[in-house]
Design a protein around this ligand. Structure first.
Ligand code: IPM
Ligand code: MG
Length: 358
């Protein structure tokens, strides 16, 4: 089969890690008889520099007309002083929204070989971490009304968290369906003791839960969830939560599984065209130095094969190659932990994955 993939390399380490993942996709195609065609489009700071806007029309059109999208990362100090609606991050929100990608799947699994890099106490880590976070991606405070105005104490700014029943229902369905093919447990995370939007969230999730009687559905307040993830991560199977809580808690998950350089994500809507990106940012401090960990992006490419193309065997082959490389003791700088291995560069790590890919 032939697949057309739009590449949004973006900023910072984005180009390096996307190129790594492309090499892994190419080799996977060679082994299994698929052709992946890559077309690059500009996004983020790179697009602002080239054409004055973070999300050019051609980029949106190119993504809409592709079979799926692979994204590196956006943003960097160079564009940090731009007004909010001109920042590279706004382009990322724009493409998520333009493609209707309301579901963000963020698996957080502790690879046995990563026990050293994981910040949990050994007895806690040994119970295992295997979580799938389902983060709502096109609603909530990221997309609510915002602005500046004169307030009671002078100038003030505001952002609004708003969720419709429809938005909560559709993300809840994704969570319960995900749980049905896993350990059948959903924890819905909110702040229902304070926020009205969270009370609607909770009510709606429970109404949808009735359609999935086999799944155990519980609620957790976000502050407690932040604590429970450290205290006893083994209790979690599927987490479903809002855009902002999901953003925050997924970074926390990266530290209980080793490194943010390892965690992939898939953003999906109602079509098979999804967008796949590592959960980490553009790491401007190491951009262009060939030091980045490409594994999160490589694992994101595996998710693309699984969710957009239905190529489960191929996805598993990539995931297995990554696991075998880690098992064999190869490390980039971010996942050295207590290991005394010599850190590999981004291209060396990519070469290792290619070597182990069968
Ligand atoms: C992420 C990132 C983005 C987000 C930023 C870069 C806008 O942190 O994908 O987690 O907050 O969604
Ligand atoms: Mg984030």
């Amino acid at each position: 089969m032939n697949y057309n993939i739009a590449l949004l390399r973006g900023d910072g380490i984005g180009p390096e890690i996307v190129d790594s993942a492309c090499e892994v996709l190419k080799k996977t195609g060679d082994i299994y008889g698929h052709t992946f065609n890559f077309t690059p489009y500009l996004i983020g700071g790179a697009a602002i520099d080239a054409c004055g806007e973070g999300l050019p029309k051609e980029t949106v059109e190119g993504c809409v007309n592709s079979d799926s999208v692979l994204l590196g990362a956006v943003g960097g100090p160079k564009w940090d002083t731009l007004p909010g609606n001109k920042r590279p991050e706004k382009a990322l929100l724009g493409i998520r929204s333009a493609l209707g990608l309301y579901t963000n799947i963020r698996p957080a699994k502790l690879f046995p070989a990563m026990a050293d890099a994981c910040l949990l106490r050994k007895d806690v880590a040994e119970k295992g971490v295997d979580i799938v976070m389902i983060r709502e991606l096109t609603g909530g405070i990221y997309f609510g009304e915002r602005g500046r105005r004169d307030g009671k104490y002078g100038p003030e700014a505001y952002d609004t968290e708003a969720y419709s029943v429809m938005e909560i229902e559709r993300i809840a369905h994704v969570a319960f369906k995900t749980a049905m093919i896993r350990r059948k447990k959903v924890v819905s995370i909110d702040k229902a003791n304070v926020l009205e939007s969270s009370r609607l969230w909770r009510e709606t999730v429970h109404r949808i839960a009735e359609q999935y009687p086999e799944v155990e559905c519980t609620d957790m307040l976000v502050d407690n969830a932040a604590m429970q993830l450290i205290k006893n991560p083994a209790q979690f199977d599927v987490i479903v939560t809002t855009n902002m809580f999901g953003d925050i808690l997924s970074d926390e998950c990266s530290q209980i599984t080793g490194s943010i350089g390892l965690l992939p994500s898939a953003s999906l809507g109602d079509t098979t065209c999804g967008m796949y990106e590592p959960i980490h940012g553009s790491a401007p401090d190491i951009a262009g130095m060939n030091k980045a960990n490409p594994l999160a992006t490589i694992l994101s490419a595996a998710m693309m094969l699984r969710y957009s193309f239905g190529l489960e065997t191929e996805a598993v082959a990539i995931e297995k190659a990554v696991e075998d490389v880690l098992d064999a003791g190869f490390r980039t700088g971010d996942i050295l932990g207590a290991s005394d291995a010599t850190p590999l560069s981004c291209t060396e790590m990519t070469a290792k994955v290619l070597e182990y890919l069968k």
